[in-house]
Design a protein around this ligand. Structure first.
Ligand SMILES: [Zn+2]
Length: 225
C-alpha cells in the first residue's frame, strides 16, 4: 500500500467518525431523556385498587378526585388510635389540653353532614370546607380532628396560631401523622387550611412529608410539580 492510499483510508475513517457523531442530533437525546423521565415518574409509584379503595405505594388515598366506596366501613384504625393517644399524651404532658373531637365517620354520616352544610351555605362553599360523601378522609379511620380547651379557635384557621396548634404542626410527624391540608397548599389539596385535621400515614412517610413540606398529592405525584 502506498502512502497516498493510506492517507485516503485514514481520511475516510475520520469523516465516517464525524458523520456518525452528527447523525445523533442533541434534541433526540433530550427528547428520549424527557420520555424516560416521565415514564419514570409514573413507574415510580405502585397504584392498586382493592374493592374500590385506592392505594398508592400502599398508602390509602382519598381526596377531591379519588373516592372511597359506600361499602367501605372500616371503623377506627387501631394503630392510628394508639398513635393518636401517644401524640395527645405527649402534648398534654407539656401542659397543653389537647383532645380529639372527631375520628372515624361513615359514608352515611358524611352524607348527612355534607347535605346539612349544602343547605346552610350552598354547595360551592360547602365543598371548600367539607367533603362529599365518599371523599372524606374520616371514612378511612386514619384521621382525626384535634381540638384544645380554647373553644374559640377550634375548627378554625386560628387554631394553627395557638400554642397547641403550633405544637401539633411541629410534632405530629413524630407519631406518624401529617397535617393533611396545610396552609398555602389549597390549590393542591382542594381544601382550605385545616391545622386541626391530621391523618395517620406512619412515622417514615410522615417524617419525609414533614421534612420536604409536601402534601400527599405532591409526594405521590398526583399533582404536577
Ligand atoms: Zn377533619
Amino acid at each position: 500500500m502506498n502512502k497516498f492510499k493510506l492517507l485516503v483510508i485514514i481520511l475516510c475513517l475520520i469523516l465516517v467518525g464525524c458523520s456518525n457523531q452528527e447523525s445523533e442530533p442533541r434534541h433526540t437525546d433530550s427528547k428520549k431523556h424527557e420520555k424516560q423521565q416521565s415514564q419514570k415518574k409514573e413507574d415510580k409509584h405502585n397504584k392498586t385498587v382493592k374493592n374500590g379503595v385506592t392505594y398508592i405505594d400502599e398508602i390509602l388515598i382519598v381526596n377531591k378526585d379519588i373516592s372511597l366506596p359506600e361499602h367501605f366501613n372500616p371503623g377506627e384504625n387501631e394503630v392510628a388510635r394508639e398513635a393518636l393517644h401517644k401524640l395527645l399524651n405527649a402534648g398534654n404532658k407539656k401542659g397543653y389540653h389537647l383532645s380529639s373531637a372527631s375520628g372515624f365517620r361513615s359514608y352515611q354520616t358524611q352524607e348527612q353532614l355534607f347535605n346539612r352544610y349544602v343547605q346552610r351555605d350552598g354547595e360551592e362553599a360547602a365543598n371548600k370546607y367539607s367533603a362529599k360523601p365518599g371523599h372524606s378522609e374520616h371514612q378511612t379511620g386514619l384521621t382525626y380532628d384535634v381540638v384544645s380547651e380554647n373553644t374559640d379557635t377550634n375548627f378554625k384557621e386560628s387554631f394553627g396560631k395557638t400554642e397547641e396548634g403550633q405544637w401539633i404542626k411541629r410534632n405530629a410527624h413524630k407519631y406518624g401523622f401529617i397535617v393533611r391540608y396545610p396552609k398555602d397548599k389549597t390549590h393542591i389539596t382542594g381544601y382550605q387550611y385545616e391545622p386541626w385535621h391530621i391523618r395517620y400515614v406512619g412515622k417514615d412517610t410522615a417524617k419525609t412529608l414533614y421534612n420536604h413540606r409536601e402534601t400527599l398529592e405532591e409526594y405521590l405525584d398526583l399533582y404536577p410539580k
